[in-house]
Design a protein around this ligand. Structure first.
Ligand code: C2E
Ligand code: MG
Ligand code: MG
Length: 694
């Protein structure tokens, strides 16, 4: 037997070492999720164990070759893979290729590396490479991407600082809102935005929350780069790492300046009158309650005033709402300037103001009312208009005139109404007897709205006669109102109410049309021609298209213009003589006559009278009444007649009740007369009969 021994320790050891290093390699591949492959020139493809893991196939069932391998690749990425393999094979080092595979129905992202290996002679030997599953990284990367996009595009400003408050990140909204670019602020402290308007407590509160590791939210008034201020709603949260350690602060901020402004506007709307900036009804109520509780406790009195501007509606109607608004603002300013800080003045809408004066008695209230009358009545210039807004003031005193807001304001209103009735531009204290009349006024104002449509209005006609021969030369149309419950209501009572409420326009037009039609009918039926005199209210006179409307009615009815005579009051003409002259000129041009009613009661100046294109002066009945006894009235009437005749203007005396009056007037050369002595105002058919017998 021959034996041969060989010491294979070396080989054994080498093999063990080899096995061990293979084991380590495998483990390393497994841990790193990196697989390796080789591909020799004969076309044989070899995979490491980890490769099978990565591709999700089993070594004993998967027939590993290039074709099968390619089939594992996502179809879209196959061309890139083939190009990449070709590049590797040609000796280029194309670098990593990212590609997708389908693994058990889900897409995985892989990164491949590969290279051509050369043999000792430098000839191509085989290709080798690795593949790594990078799906997780890819996903993290993608979500980071999405996150940073979201941050960038967030409609909110986002600021990230380190724990010392140094800015590490700002998004583009921050830059847009503040005007600071990232370069302006990175590394800086957000303090650069402080405006000084945020309270110290806010910052103290914020830092105590944050240093405790808790989020804070609140509002900061900050500055933009250009120095302008804005308010932002801010939410700051500590950012914790996985370890729980706070590493950053994240601030999410929203510019709420607009919202704030809107809120303030709402607040103003809720509590203040938009036009004048005065407290509105709800704020007035609150202030009154407060004043009342003080008065109750201290036993002091308090005053409530109602203020209404006289004939404000005229200004609005004739000069337009813009001027009216300016007037109201000016009045509001003057009222406020005259009052003490503790007083409240509020606008109730329209031209009505209400004032609460705490701690004041009747004497004090009278004193304040006098000052208010003076302050408000001062004239002022709006554009080319010289305006005067005289106020009427009604006063009620707590506790005598009422113990609550409702009663006091009702009584102040009644007192104000009395001022209006007694000639305006004054003040009155409430007295119990006022209550009844104010109730009636309100009742009338309300009923008047329906008077026309319910046919409660009709006309009387009063004859006007030539003094020489007693011939009928005209008729004055006088409005009548028969209310179903209240009975006959005098135009002297309801016309001012219709003027205040604006119904006069409609009613006046109805009067005009009815009267003109009536005259046309009479003339058509053979009555001698005469003039129809129609009273025109100041409100109508100032109506913008008044002349067109009057002409329209005449043309519609078919009455020649010279048969209409409009009676204007002296006040209408003298209030703004230049404007009145312009209107009168135009009326005159269209052939319509005019007379001045109630002449002598106003303040006509002779120089203007010359320019008024009126054909008649109507001497007021208050002078006529006493001409037989009162030397002064005699003198006045004589003077009027002489002056008129020297100006070429005719005269008519109204309210002639006696033959004595008639005799005097005839002697003085008055042209016409009208009054009970001849006839009371008559219904149309009565008038017709009167005229036929005349
Ligand atoms: P006025 O235009 O000065 O009308 C004359 C008033 O004196 C009428 O009162 C008439 O009835 C009354 N009267 C006539 N003759 C005599 C008399 O001999 N003795 C006395 N004591 N009174 C006499 P009325 O109808 O109550 O009208 C009062 C005022 O109402 C009118 O005064 C006029 O300013 C106004 N008015 C009447 N109708 C209208 C109208 O249609 N439109 C406008 N805007 N105002 C009207
Ligand atoms: Mg009249
Ligand atoms: Mg009159």
């Amino acid at each position: 037997m021959l034996g041969l021994y060989q010491d294979i320790t070396e080989q054994k050891l080498e093999k063990i070492v080899l096995q061990q290093s293979e084991y380590h390699l495998r483990q390393a591949q497994q841990i790193a999720h990196i697989g390796s492959w080789s591909f020799d020139l004969a076309g044989k493809l070899l995979w490491s164990d980890e490769m099978y893991q990565i591709y999700g196939v089993a070594p004993d069932t998967f027939a590993l070759n290039v074709d099968n391998f390619i089939k594992l690749i996502h179809a879209d990425d196959r061309p890139a893979m083939q190009e990449w393999i070709a590049a590797c094979a040609s000796g280029l080092k194309p670098g990593a290729l990212e590609f997708r595979i389908w693994r058990q129905g889900t897409i995985r992202y892989l990164s491949g590396q590969g290279e051509l290996m050369l043999d000792a002679d430098g000839k191509p030997d085989y290709m080798a490479g690795t593949a790594q599953d990078i799906t997780e990284n890819k996903r993290t990367e993608e979500s980071l991407f999405t996150l940073s996009f979201a941050m960038e595009q967030s409609p909110n400003s986002i600021v990230i600082t380190d724990l010392d408050g140094r800015i590490e990140y700002v998004n583009s909204t921050f830059s847009r809102v503040t005007g600071y670019s990232p370069d302006d602020v990175l590394g800086k402290n957000p303090r650069i935005q402080q405006s000084g308007k945020t309270s110290r407590e806010t910052y103290v509160d914020m830092w105590s929350q944050l240093t405790r590791g808790e989020p804070w939210q609140g509002e900061l008034v900050n500055c933009r780069k250009d120095g302008s201020e804005y308010t932002e709603a801010v939410q700051i949260s500590p950012v914790r790492q996985v370890s729980g350690r706070v590493s950053n602060y994240l601030a999410v901020k929203q510019d709420i300046s607009e919202k704030k402004k809107a809120e303030e506007r709402m607040e103003r709307l809720a509590h203040f009158d938009q036009l004048t900036g005065l407290p509105n009804r709800s704020m007035l109520n609150a202030r009154f309650k407060f004043a009342l509780s003080l008065a109750q406790r201290s036993g002091e009195q308090l005053a409530l005033m109602f203020i209404d501007l006289d004939r404000f509606k005229n200004i609005n109607d004739t000069l337009g709402h813009a001027i009216g608004d300016q007037l109201l603002m000016e009045v509001a300013r003057r009222l406020k300037a005259t009052l003490r800080d503790e007083d409240t003045v509020s606008r109730l809408g329209g031209d009505e103001f209400i004032i609460v004066l705490p701690g004041i008695d009747a004497n004090g209230a009278a004193h304040v009312a006098t000052k208010l009358l003076e302050a408000v009545s001062l004239s002022w210039q709006v554009e080319q208009h010289e305006l005067i807004a005289t106020p009427s003031i009604g006063i009620a005193i707590y506790p005598d005139d009422g113990r609550d807001f409702e009663t006091l304001s009702k009584h102040a209103d009644a007192a104000m109404y009395r001022v209006k009735q007694e000639g305006r531009n004054d003040f009155r204290f409430f007295t119990p007897e006022m209550q009844a009349s104010s109730v009636r006024s309100m009742q009338l104002a309300n009923a008047l709205r329906y008077a026309l449509s319910r046919n409660e209005l009709f006309l009387h006609y009063q004859p006007q006669l030539a003094i020489q021969d007693g011939r009928i030369v005209g008729a004055e149309a006088l409005l009548r109102w028969r209310h179903p419950e209240l009975g006959m209501i005098s135009p002297a009572e309801f016309i001012p109410i219709a003027e205040d409420g604006g119904q006069i326009i409609q009613i006046g037009e109805w009067v005009l049309r009815t009267a003109v039609r009536q005259l046309k009918d009479w003339m058509d039926s053979g009555l001698p021609p005469m003039v129809m005199a129609v009273n025109l209210s100041a409100v109508q006179f100032h109506q913008a298209n008044m002349i067109e409307r009057v002409n329209g009615i005449l043309d519609e009815v078919g009455l020649p213009h010279e048969y209409l005579e409009l009676e204007l009051t002296e006040a209408v003409a003298m209030n703004n003589p230049m404007a009145a002259i312009a209107v009168m000129d135009r009326l005159h041009e269209s052939g319509i006559r005019m007379s001045i009613d109630d002449f002598g009661t106003g303040y006509s100046s002779l120089s203007y009278l010359k320019k008024f294109k009126v054909s008649k002066l109507k001497i007021d009945q208050s002078f006529v009444r006493d001409i037989t006894d009162d030397p002064e009235d005699k003198a006045i009437v004589t003077a009027i007649i002489n002056m008129a005749s020297s100006l070429g203007i005719r005269t008519i005396a109204e309210g002639v009740e006696t033959s004595g009056q008639l005799a005097f007037l005839r002697l003085q050369g008055c042209d016409e007369v009208q009054g009970y002595y001849f006839s009371k105002p008559l219904l149309a058919e009565q008038f017709e009969a009167f005229a036929r017998n005349n």
